[in-house]
Design a protein around this ligand. Structure first.
Ligand code: HEC
Length: 267
């Protein structure tokens, strides 16, 4: 009895204090709950802010687009590409450059060979005669690199073809870096030279090692040979039939031996 009265009873001053503490506790709870409720209901996520989604129109700008085009002449950092010979294969007049805008050495040509074999040989063939495997299976036959027109074409023309495509050939700008494009062209020049070398390009010493080149010739014979390529012109090599011949029995899209699938057509 004493204990109970001790808890609930006490002096008037103690009672007021105890009531006040209870009041304070319930007040705090209410405040806390209220804050939670307010925060929960009026939550504003960043994704809900007013904005334009990409490619959505807009009434705000006169051209009706929400996205703004770059200001004319804007250049991203590191993309100035001022060297037009290197980046476009053109001189200041917009003509194809005729000299390599990059130093060419053996490792560079070998890099070009590796890239050429990967990207170009499927159509142009490993020696550049235009009879790659895809052509033999029916794709349009490209011209041989060993025709006079392409032998005399400036390096900038090859760069243009790789970068922008040419007729039926798609461009390879996305697959092949600028540097690798020049490496491929250096290798194409090596390929062209390989089919059109002249014994007189060799040093006198090296010439003696070429079978037949050290024969004792009359002055007229030597003069006649001076412009003769070592590799004789092979009509097979230069004059391919226009319609690519698909060897029969080779399974290909159009080949006589084209394998017909038993699978149902995909809808
Ligand atoms: C998918 C087949 C294919 C591939 C791969 C291909 N080409 Fe071609 N290329 C062609 C065809 C086809 C033509 C002829 C286009 C025409 O005249 O319509 C051609 C034409 C060319 C020409 C001649 C342009 C002229 O002046 O007549 C050059 C040079 C050339 N390609 C370079 C390349 C190089 C370099 C690569 C590799 C980076 C390459 N091609 C990869 C199919 C291909």
């Amino acid at each position: 009895m004493r204990m109970i009265s001790g808890r609930t009873g006490g002096s008037a001053c103690q009672q007021i204090l105890r009531r006040d503490r209870r009041f304070r506790l319930s007040y705090l709870l209410l405040l806390f709950g209220g804050t939670l409720l307010t925060v929960g209901c009026s939550r504003l996520d960043m994704q809900d802010q007013p904005k334009y989604k990409p490619q959505r129109g807009s009434d705000f700008f006169a051209d009706g687009r929400s996205g703004r085009p770059e200001v004319d002449g804007t250049i991203a950092r590191g993309a100035l590409n001022e060297d037009t010979a290197y980046y476009d294969g053109e001189d200041d007049n917009g003509d194809d450059v005729d000299v390599f805008p990059i130093a060419v050495d053996k490792p560079f040509i070998e890099r070009g060979q590796q890239r050429y074999d990967a990207y170009c040989s499927p159509c142009h063939g490993r020696i550049g005669n235009g009879l790659g495997m895809i052509v033999r299976r029916g794709f349009k036959q490209p011209p041989s690199y060993h025709i006079d027109r392409l032998r005399n074409a400036p390096v900038g023309h090859f760069y243009d073809v790789i970068t922008n495509g040419y007729g039926a050939m798609l461009n390879y700008a996305a697959q092949i870096s600028v540097r690798d494009r020049w490496a491929i062209i250096a290798y194409i020049r090596a390929l062209q030279y390989s089919q059109n070398a002249n014994v007189n390009d060799l040093s006198a010493d090296a010439r003696t090692k070429v079978p037949g080149a050290d024969q004792i010739l009359t002055a007229e014979q030597k003069a006649a040979l001076a412009n003769e390529p070592i590799v004789p012109k092979d009509s097979d090599f230069y004059n391919f039939p226009y319609v690519p011949a698909t060897p029969s029995g080779v399974p290909g899209v159009n080949g006589a031996g084209a394998a017909k699938s038993n699978q149902p057509e995909r809808k």
